[in-house]
Design a protein around this ligand. Structure first.
Ligand SMILES: *Cc1c(COP(=O)(O)O)cnc(C)c1O
Length: 361
């Protein structure tokens, strides 16, 4: 049985007619940048998350850069970030003018922990970027004890929650990506910043439009980084389905467990009180490439992620000189394997994946 790594198409199929109608309305209206669709989507996503403000921007990477500046991170400030994440989580810190300080992750949760973050804190730490990696919430409430502003990178975690609070509502600010393969995807690039803080929201809103409030006076050197009306209109159709999609993803992982996946590979540990959104379902195995090859022969797509952790990337050399050993990061880089997951992964697909994984033993 062929099982793809992602299936974003099937869940969106029943929405396509509505999406096309909304896109046609936007084209009729003729307003394409910062109009009523963006404004309505920002309100709807804020209500969904249970936060006061959402600011739409051009992508999830810009969202991090703009959010850090809105949190008053300045040139030369240190920002703690896990090395085991998508490169953009760190790149955006450098773009904001700050210095990334790499921390480790707990190989069980794949996320930062209080211990790994603490080891990276200094007097110069101005913010922590806590990534909800693979859609599983980071321990943001516990990280608050350090008294440092927390930016939650929730790009992979739309639809997740921790103690009944939504991922994206856990930190001082949070960022989302609406890249098509993300859990809340649009049909192009898009991103957003969520926050309860009026000042952070106001500054982010100003920075996304060249640092200007009125298009006449320019207070900051900012960005041209806006979510556009077409993408916002599409996202307004998809957002009401997000919880259903996340439930489907969780059902997929339960089907894996029921089919005995845990006997063959290491399953991700989840924080108590967390409902992950499983953007990716990443297991561990001492020889992941052997499992991947065996799965491929049986039509099951898998993928290895972040095999070269960010602190070892060529562009990050100057920021990684003082990075201590990150054993959790190295372990995950060497052992991780993402298995197929989607909102519509069914029991028979889950059994086929487990059989393919089991055949590699
Ligand atoms: C996708 C992603 C980003 C960047 O989002 P883009 O919209 O592609 O710029 C940032 N952080 C994480 C963890 C991501 O997965």
């Amino acid at each position: 049985m062929d099982v793809p790594l992602f299936d974003t198409e099937t869940p969106l199929r029943p929405l396509k007619a509505t999406i096309l109608a909304r896109v046609a309305e936007v084209i009729e209206r003729g307003v394409f940048i910062l109009g009523p669709e963006v404004e309505a989507f920002e309100r709807e996503l804020a209500d969904y998350l249970g936060v006061r403000h959402v600011v739409g921007v051009a992508n999830g990477t810009d969202a991090i850069t703009i959010a850090l500046r809105a949190l008053d991170v300045r040139r030369g400030d240190e920002v703690v970030v896990p090395s085991f994440t998508f490169y953009a989580s760190v790149e955006a810190i450098v773009t904001a003018g700050a210095r990334p300080i790499f921390c480790d992750v707990d190989p069980a949760t794949r996320n930062v922990s209080c211990e790994t973050v603490k080891a990276a804190l200094t007097r110069r730490t101005r913010a922590i970027v806590a990534v909800d990696l693979f859609g599983s919430p980071a321990p943001v409430p516990e990280l608050r004890r350090f008294g440092v502003p927390i930016l939650e990178d929730a790009a992979q975690a739309a639809g997740a929650s921790l103690d009944s609070r939504r991922a994206g509502a856990l930190g001082d600010a949070a960022t989302f990506s609406f890249y098509p393969s993300k859990n809340l995807g649009c049909f192009g690039d898009g991103g957003a910043i969520a926050t309860d803080d009026d000042h952070v929201a106001d500054l982010a809103r100003t920075l996304r439009f060249h640092g200007s409030r009125d298009k006449q006076t320019f207070e900051y050197v900012g960005y041209n980084s806006r979510l556009d009306e077409l993408q916002a209109a599409i996202l307004r159709v998809v957002l009401p389905e997000l919880d259903g999609f996340a439930a489907g993803r969780r059902a997929g992982t339960r089907a894996y467990e029921a089919a005995g996946l845990g006997a063959h590979v290491g399953l991700p540990a989840v924080l108590e009180g967390a409902e992950p959104a499983w953007h990716l379902y990443v297991v561990t195995h001492p020889r992941p490439e052997v499992v991947a090859a065996c799965a491929r022969e049986r039509g099951v797509q898998t993928r290895r992620y972040y095999q070269l952790p960010v602190h070892r990337q060529p562009a990050m050399r100057r920021f990684a000189i003082d990075t201590p050993p990150l054993p959790g990061t190295d372990e995950l880089a060497a052992t991780n394997l993402a298995l197929p997951i989607s909102a519509v992964l069914d029991d028979s697909q889950a059994r086929a994946v487990v059989a393919a994984v089991a055949a590699a033993q």
